[in-house]
Design a protein around this ligand. Sequence first.
Ligand code: SF4
Length: 255
Amino acid sequence: MLDFNHRPKVADRVNAAVDAALVTENAAQPRREYLGGSRLGHPCERALQFEFAGAPKDEGAGFTGQTLRIFAIGHALEDLAIRWLRAAGFDLYTRRGNYPDGEQFGFSIARGRIRGHVDGIIAAGPEPMKLGVPALWECKTMNARNWRETVAKGVTISKPVYAAQVALYQAYMEPAVPGISENPALFTAINKDTAELHHECVAFDAGLAQRMSDRAVRILQATDAGELLPRIAREPDFHECRLCPWAQRCWRLAA
Ligand code: SF4
């Protein structure tokens, strides 16, 4: 009997080549040697410490080609959202001077050891929206389930990591963009499955910004002192640990 279903199929071979190229490209990127403001809302301080210190991820726990494609698609969709908002009349700045090769807006504190890059700053909204400006703009892409949850509950409840990022960025951008923390940020979520858009205003939460800033200091100080911050859980089957790329390293340690 003839069998034309040769294995591996062409799709498998092409995808393997694409994935290998993306993983190689990613591995060639210089390691980020600062604590990213967008990550500080992560539930586990020890995981943040591993990330900041550049601890090698567990065998097989690095980004796959598929994950890297998901990130890249997210960036491309954010670029589209910028275009859509500008077309709707938002005066939205994403880079200094708004030049394509201009430096992205952001902050750098603690001698460059804590940094963040903002998606945009709204200088004016379309009439008659009467947005308070300047306002921080943050954009995330989500699958349909996460997007619906964000629409239903709001970003602060459904995605506390993003809410922490918004609060911290509003606080740290205030010296460069006076007034940005007095106005609610505009948070945009793109549904990757349906192209639906969600937007909500997020008032500045000074307490949350302070807690995230304190957290950053705690991570820097513990790392400088060679101390390991506590685990988030007592058992390795905790859901956060099961997803953690440093789980084996973490649970091999005595405490
Ligand atoms: S395995 Fe769990 S406790 Fe350890 S760093 Fe990861 S998330 Fe934190």
